[in-house]
Design a protein around this ligand. Structure first.
Ligand code: FUC
Length: 764
């Protein structure tokens, strides 16, 4: 082990980058030989809150665009006043085995109240579409389109006759606009019509001067919106008319699209979208395309380039992306790299400070009635969206989730009071733009109390990976504290005399088995929350009494149990292991939790394996993605890889969007984190290198992976064996590094780097 100075590290880094990444990175593109016909063939771009789907058509080009604040409905508190009156009865019925009656009572007295009737939450909405028509471009040749993950630019190229046309589209975060550059290779050969369309009934569209303006109000909602499309041309002529803007005989054109809504925050929609559009447009249109592009690329690359992966490249990379999917396997390792990096690309595109968190479809939605309202389902989906954030160097992309949690800790406070007569705040299995926190849909799965507690794990990670005490004190801890206080009031002692265990309920094991007392997942999540919060308080030196209460309570929560078939029991009071159900909630303690670990709790880890064998390797896209992570945590890289293969072959659309089906973005993010779990695992004390390396990833290198405790790690391996690893201490914390059953304890101060080879490890 060599303790190297910064210079050596930089030199090594430079050589590493130059010599090794080039091949793999050249291929970091999704590319196709035909325009997109369907939405799931179009290519997504986004600047966090504003994004689009680029079809790459020739005579008709479309960019279907979204703003993440367009939801149906209006600010609203969904809490069901007085629901708490029925809580003791719900518990009594469940303890007496009268689940049917409990469901009825729950549905009648305990569910959300929506302004528009019913107990549902509101739906994410489409905004509009940029419609471009290029007369005469029906016949074309040499067609090519791509999305380059290295610079986040979608390009379409083709020829009409002997004139080559190129379009580049990007969604700029610094300039808050979608920008398209269209070029004809010959002067004066660019003629097209540009307009906007919108599905909302009262939308008005007008073209004037060099601009098309779309304004209106969301159907079934109160939020107002406006979008503006400006066309700047070089040469030729531009005329505004009833059907938009018509450009004739130009050499090139730059199109700038901005959009905004009246959403200010979850309780206020009095914003002025026209004013915001005006400001955004005057800023973006004052710049030349080259400058806009440069600023976009620099801003994007600052995030994207932090983490690199090279698993090797084969000839398969010469095939268009859609043709590689169905036969994905070990002969196409670069496809795994592409899919890994696509997850990072998507997170940067749909979750930036100031934006809404990534919803079920990230940011991209074409339908007024999207599946599950394209809101935030938090009994797995939203959390999965954020699994890769810290692991792959995208802490900033985590921020919108933290911001939403701040809101939810406000809306969830009234739910804690009205439904449970408890202090603190609570969140059930979904939220929407209005931060609905009460149970929705049906008591049999909607009454589930650990949504907020699970999300608090992300706040904790926000601290654990980065060590920022101000963040812990001002952002994370206040929310974690109130979530933890809720559970002090909520948990009840087991009435059946099982050692005074504390039990969660009424709740459920997500979407399986109905309303119950004592789902295992709840117990794991609450235990983790209370312990993390106690640790946070101890780091901050506050709330001594509460720390003690939290730890004592965590210790009393009903423990994990092994069932009659050797499986991990899904509920404290019952078992039903023989199912292939997509949710595997009770393995939360294995992943994303840390309480089950084959190195420390081998019996429980074995029980997880039995459960996973019952569940099988099928399921929705997100279910397979979760199983990648489970098998990696069980240190079985080949099984994890099998799930990655099944996800790519069976649950991925041509544009590499995850297919639940239908499209749901969680599976993309879950696969990205799953690949990290194969290469590095950390728990704040130990970091294991290559813990679950699949044989299909024979040789490779990765840089910029992040570990709990504040470490950055680069690893190179060959023929399945470690060549060298570099560990960079960001915070100066202690850690033990593990590799193949051996360990080493590098002494590192903050800012120091060590290089490690296999020979440095010693038997444990
Ligand atoms: C949960 C899952 C479904 C879907 C939905 C958004 O209800 O069980 O498969 O992912 O969330």
């Amino acid at each position: 082990m060599k303790n190297k100075g910064m210079i050596r590290w930089i030199l090594a880094g430079v050589c590493f980058l130059c010599a090794n990444w080039i091949n793999a990175e050249q291929e970091l593109k999704l590319w196709y030989e035909q325009p997109a016909n369907k939405w799931v063939e179009a290519l997504p771009i986004g600047n966090g809150g504003f994004g689009g789907m680029v079809y790459g058509g020739t005579n008709r080009e479309r960019i279907q665009f979204n703003d993440d604040t367009l939801f149906t409905g209006e600010p609203h508190d969904y809490a069901h006043e007085g629901a708490v009156k029925y809580l003791p009865e719900l518990r009594r019925l469940l303890f007496e085995g009268k689940q049917g009656e409990a469901h009825k009572l729950g549905n009648r007295e305990f569910m959300s109240v929506n302004t528009r009737g019913g107990n549902h939450q509101e739906a994410y909405q489409p905004f509009g579409t940029v419609e471009l028509f290029f007369p005469g471009h029906e016949d074309y040749s040499d067609y090519y389109r791509e999305l380059d993950l290295r610079d986040a630019i979608a390009t379409t190229r083709y020829k009409v006759g002997d004139v080559k046309y190129t379009r580049e589209v990007l969604a700029s975060h610094p300039d808050e606009a979608i920008v398209m550059r269209i070029k004809a290779e010959k002067k004066g050969e660019l003629s097209f019509n540009a307009g906007l369309s919108c599905q909302h009934k009262n939308a008005k569209i007008e073209a004037k001067g060099d601009m098309v303006v779309l304004s209106g109000q969301v159907d079934r909602g109160k939020t107002r919106f406006e979008a503006r499309l400006k066309v700047k041309i070089d040469g030729g002529k531009l005329v505004a008319g009833d059907d938009g803007l018509t450009v004739s005989n130009a050499d090139s054109a730059t199109l700038i699209l901005v959009g905004a809504s009246s959403f200010v925050n979850f309780r206020d929609i009095s914003g002025d979208p026209s004013k915001i559009c005006e400001e955004r447009m005057s800023g973006a249109s004052a710049k030349e395309y080259g400058k806009l592009r440069e600023a976009h690329v620099a801003d994007y690359q600052e995030l994207f380039q932090r983490c690199r992966l090279d698993l090797g490249v084969t000839d398969k990379a010469k095939l268009p992306t859609d043709k590689r999917l169905k036969s994905f396997g070990p002969d196409d390792p670069q496809m795994a790299t592409l899919f890994f990096q696509y997850g990072r690309y998507l997170l940067i595109a749909c979750s930036r400070p100031g934006s809404q968190p990534a919803n079920l479809q990230g940011l991209w939605n074409k339908s007024k009635y999207p599946p599950w309202e394209s809101k935030y389902t938090i009994n797995i989906n939203t959390e999965m969206n954020y699994w890769p954030a810290e692991l792959s160097g995208l802490s900033e992309c985590h921020v919108p989730l933290f911001d939403a949690l701040k809101d939810l800790s406000v809306s969830g406070r009234n739910v804690a009071k009205e439904h449970y007569g408890a202090r603190g705040w609570v969140l059930h299995h979904n939220f929407d733009l209005w931060r609905g926190a009460a149970p929705i849909n049906n008591a049999n799965h909607g009454i589930w109390v650990t949504g907020g507690a699970w999300l608090c794990q992300h706040l904790w990670w926000g601290y654990v990976f980065n060590g920022d005490k101000d963040f812990l004190k001002n952002e994370a801890y206040p929310i974690m504290k109130e979530a933890s206080i809720f559970f002090l009031d909520y948990l009840i002692e087991d009435p059946k005399g099982n050692e005074g265990y504390l039990i969660s309920g009424p709740s459920n094991s997500p979407e399986r088995g109905g309303l119950v007392m004592g789902p295992t997942m709840d117990h794991q999540i609450i235990r983790t929350l209370l312990r993390n919060t106690a640790e946070a308080a101890s780091i901050l030196g506050v709330d001594k009494k509460l720390q003690k209460q939290w730890i004592e309570t965590a210790d009393r929560i009903a423990p994990n149990q092994i069932g009659s078939q050797g499986q991990l029991k899904e509920w404290f009071y019952k078992e039903a292991p023989n199912t292939t159900h997509r949710h595997v909630s009770h393995l939360w303690g294995l992943h994303p939790g840390l309480e089950i670990d084959p190195r420390k709790t081998p019996e429980l880890a074995e029980a997880c394996k039995v459960t996973l064998k019952f569940r099988g390797d099928g399921g929705t896209g997100w279910s397979k993605a979760w199983k990648i992570n489970f098998w990696a945590r069980l240190l079985d890289g080949d099984h994890a890889y099998k799930l990655l293969k099944e996800a790519l072959r069976g649950n991925t659309y041509p544009n590499l969007f995850d297919a639940c089906p239908p499209f749901q973005i969680d599976g993309n993010f879950g696969a990205t984190s799953g690949v990290v779990e194969m290469l590095i695992q950390s728990n704040g004390k130990e970091i294991e290198i290559l813990p679950a390396l699949p044989s299909a990833f024979k040789s490779g290198k990765v840089s910029g992976l992040r570990a709990r405790g504040g470490f950055e790690c680069d690893i190179e391996w060959k023929d399945g064996k470690l060549v060298s690893a570099t560990l960079d201490s960001l915070l100066g914390n202690d850690c033990t590094v593990l590799y193949k059953g051996k360990s080493l304890k590098p002494e590192m101060k903050k800012g120091e780097t060590v290089q490690i080879g296999e020979e440095d490890f010693e038997d444990i």
